[in-house]
Design a protein around this ligand. Sequence first.
Ligand code: EPZ
Length: 422
Amino acid sequence: MATYRIRHCERLQGEVTVHSAKNAVLPLMCASLLTREPMTIERVPVLKDVETLVEILSECGVNVRRNGPELTLWSDEPVSPHSETLLSRMRASVLVMGPLLARTGYARVALPGGCAIGQRPIDLHIRGMQALGAQATTTPGSVTLQGELTGGNVYLDFPSVGATENILLAAVLAKGSTRIENAAKEPEIVDLCTCLNEMGARITGGGTGTITIEGQKELHGCTYRPIPDRIEAGTILCASAMTEGSVLIRGARPEHLRAMLHKLTETGVVLHEDSAGLRLSGRAREPVHVRTLAFPGFPTDLQAPLMALSLGLKGTSVFLETIFENRFMHAREMARLGANIRIEDRIALVEGGRPLAGAPVTSPDLRGGAALMLAGMLAEGETLLSDPYGHIARGYENLPAMLRSLGAQVEEITLPEEEVRG
Ligand code: EPZ
């Protein structure tokens, strides 16, 4: 089991380069199902989720060639994946549904897994496919969709990132035009639209609430470099702000991080944007008030890392989580370090500035695990963070090494099972 030893850290200093965005790369990999020509994705991060999706796509009949950080994918006659265990390991596995259905007229997928941060249904994905003319049959563990797709109008009750992506991935090969209303506006959506357009799709409005897609008979391959990971960059920003650090995050795109940068500025740190990336210095002092929202609002994926930062800020920080109904699991673990956090339904109240002391803690999910790594850096003494499901490595490429390169004392260690809390 992955276990991390974290020691108190005084001040982060130096520079790191942000990796490509996990949540951009995963849908791009699924886009390879749309064409028989090779698609090459550059700067693919080394992540468990990427590995799992490679396994799923291989089951779909996709050929995969790795060349260092490049991943080339192509498939002559893709089919639906059969291993339910694989699909249950990650949420993004549901994104094979749209392209398989569009290219072959049939898709069967087991209900996806991923972090247990909420119920995470896929009703909006299915309704989107139905609006494009697919027939859906659901069983308790899976959904089957079939039919030739024609364009249609889709209104999303919520601007779901995954549903917008899945519908885009289906509509690009549907006959006629499709409109997605109340579409998600996240940078990862814009990235997917850009890549699909490079493959020959005709999509306009990516990054706005209304996306229009003129379906094409076929798409072709392309070589594509995904956007940098705004959540990884935001996590490092929190770590730096927490320790009164002075850090340059190379490649970070400020326009993807506006809400986060505003919150950080409110704490008192100094941010500077230039062509190299984002520089942060100074001391975070003031507590924060945060409401998670769809983009361009404050990202739910940075709620936990910002909560780690708030543990060191005197006063009451308030977090309102509006996207997922169970995304405060890290708070209970932070309490083991001495944090004073009260949860009332979807609100977390953090009384910051209390002394924290190292203790054994467990990673509850991906971002919560990263936040606990940060909290451990704030605590006196040593924190042992166990990650029995390997959540952190699913979404961060060697986060301990990134933090170490800035002066933190975080290392992955091997402990006998009985020494770590499960
Ligand atoms: C994506 O998940 C990201 N995952 C998540 O990142 C991120 O937290 C989330 O978007 C929100 O930004 C990937 O991109 C792979 P949603 P997704 O569909 O697509 C409800 C991380 O840590 N909903 O926008 O699953 C849903 O339950 C991860 O990297 C429905 O009700 O998010 C949730 O409350 C975790 N029905 C809300 O919408 C549906 O059919 C937002 O979910 C779909 C979603």
